[in-house]
Design a protein around this ligand. Structure first.
Ligand code: 5GP
Length: 205
């Protein structure tokens, strides 16, 4: 278990972006980071997709109607947005990130690969991008099937998208291979601690 460093509360503008194909354990890893680093807060995105299961508006997503999302694009309310699945838009709101920074918090984002690359282009060294890599596609397929939450069509769509995302993994600051979930969680925590400590030193120069 890594030692927990103390981070100062100065509102230095940093963020952590976690990416990876669905089924790689990304959500579990995100929870591990949130539990261990109190300064981190989950950044809630806006989306035009309908709420799923027990999802709650403003906690899981800001659920926008399509015309509301278009208006937000025109009003330049998004730092970045993408059509992640055909016809479904997802975006990171300036207001969400600004609110956290003002409160001395560090946003943790779960966004797609293209969104992550855009955030990196905009914020450079202030952002840490981590790609959670499945062992291989066969393993990922087994995990997706074991979840029993996706239709065959959805599994195939996610697998072909996973291959595209894995092709872009080299663009990330760090890649974590999830061959053992416990190890992947600890590795991600270590990488995040190191980044926060290093960026804190840079901010005080
Ligand atoms: P889901 O519909 O399963 O909640 O999310 C689908 C995908 O959208 C996930 O891969 C997630 O990372 C991505 N996503 C969620 N929010 C955002 C966002 O604000 N921007 C971008 N670019 N992708 C997002």
């Amino acid at each position: 278990m890594p030692q927990k460093p103390e981070f100062s509360q100065q509102p230095y503008h940093r963020m952590i972006v976690l990416c990876g194909p669905s089924g790689t354990g990304k959500t579990t890893i995100a929870h591990h980071l949130l539990e261990n680093i109190p300064e981190l807060k989950f950044s809630v995105s806006a989306t035009t997709r309908a709420p799923r299961g027990a999802e709650v508006d403003t906690r899981d997503y800001y659920f926008f109607a399509p015309d509301q999302f278009s208006q937000a694009i025109s009003d330049e309310l998004f730092i970045e947005y993408q059509e992640v699945y055909s016809g479904l838009l997802y975006g990171t709101l300036h207001s969400e990130v600004e609110r956290m920074w003002t409160a001395g918090q560090i946003p943790l984002m779960d966004i797609d690969v293209k969104g992550a690359m855009n955030i990196k282009r905009i914020f450079g060294k202030a952002v840490l991008t981590i790609f959670v890599h499945p062992v291989n596609l066969e393993n990922l397929e087994r995990r997706l099937r074991a979840r029993q939450t996706d239709s065959e069509e959805s599994i195939q769509r996610r697998l072909s998208r996973a291959q595209e995302e894995m092709n872009m993994s080299r663009e990330f600051d760090a890649i974590v291979y999830n061959d053992h979930l416990d190890k992947a969680m600890e590795k991600t925590l270590q990488i995040t601690y190191s980044f926060l400590l290093k960026s804190e030193k840079l901010s005080s120069i």
